[in-house]
Design a protein around this ligand. Structure first.
Ligand code: NAI
Length: 214
């Protein structure tokens, strides 16, 4: 099946499948049925069969899924073996946390540069990288050709920075700034992350708990 035919909702579930299958593999699990996987993941077995059929039907009747093969295949669809060169803008609290706590390599990315507009941060070390000034961004991009940018900068700077980065060859944004980036450039993709939205979903859940059920 072509990549186009995989629905967005299935793609959204793929990282979770990848994570669960990786944990199962580490625990020495060779194969798993859709029923067992569904119990672990809190999805229905038929949902799992439908989802995994999108990737070529790895399950065998009476055998289940080969954990290692399925983990590798989903990883390959997700592109975890790539080394997409990536830069991060904004070496503040969030930028530092992302640069040091996210394992980019495990997810197909290679963080090669951290930039900040504040000259006082230039030369500071975050992880293994030295913070550079945004004045050097263009020449860095011309030399190293990053394709992805992580935006940890204030909302007010996000649109301008993104447009500038697109002109330097950036094709994908992992956007943490609270600005809903809509880049009108063909082939540029944006993944907006709002941790607060996740917390609001939790809040909704709390509000929906029926106290009388205890
Ligand atoms: P911060 O103030 O500690 O760091 C922001 C950094 O960006 C500063 O070092 C500043 O000099 C730099 N900067 C500003 N304009 C820039 C530009 N054009 N190019 C490069 N660097 C630039 O702020 P913090 O706490 O790190 O947060 C950063 C942004 O992320 C804020 O806008 C905040 O609202 C947002 N945020 C988003 C979250 C989310 O879930 N999406 C969670 C937490 C923060």
């Amino acid at each position: 099946m072509s990549k186009k035919a995989i629905s967005k909702s299935v793609i959204r579930r793929m990282p979770r499948y990848y994570r669960f299958l990786g944990e199962l593999e580490q625990q020495g699990c060779i194969r798993i049925s859709s029923r067992e996987l569904s119990e672990k993941m809190g999805l229905t077995a038929s949902q799992i069969r439908q989802d995994l059929n999108c990737f070529g039907g790895f399950g065998q009747q009476g055998y289940g899924y080969n954990v290692k093969a399925l983990h590798e295949e989903i990883g390959s669809i997700l592109g975890v073996n790539k080394e997409n060169p990536t830069i991060l803008l904004g070496a503040g609290n969030l930028g530092k946390a992302i640069a040091t706590h996210i394992d980019f390599h495990k997810r197909g990315f290679n963080l090669i540069g951290i930039f900040d507009i504040n000259p006082e941060l230039s030369g500071k070390i975050i992880g293994t990288l030295e913070v550079q000034n945004t004045a050097d961004l263009e020449s860095f991009c011309m030399e190293h050709n990053p394709v992805t940018a992580v935006l940890c900068i204030p909302k007010a700077s996000a649109a301008d920075a993104a447009n500038r980065l697109v002109s330097y060859g950036i094709k994908a944004f992992w956007n943490f700034s609270h600005y809903d980036l809509r880049i009108d450039h063909k082939n540029v993709i944006v993944e907006n992350v709002h941790l607060g939205d996740s917390l609001l979903t939790l809040s909704y859940g709390l509000n929906s708990i029926d106290d009388t059920e205890d």
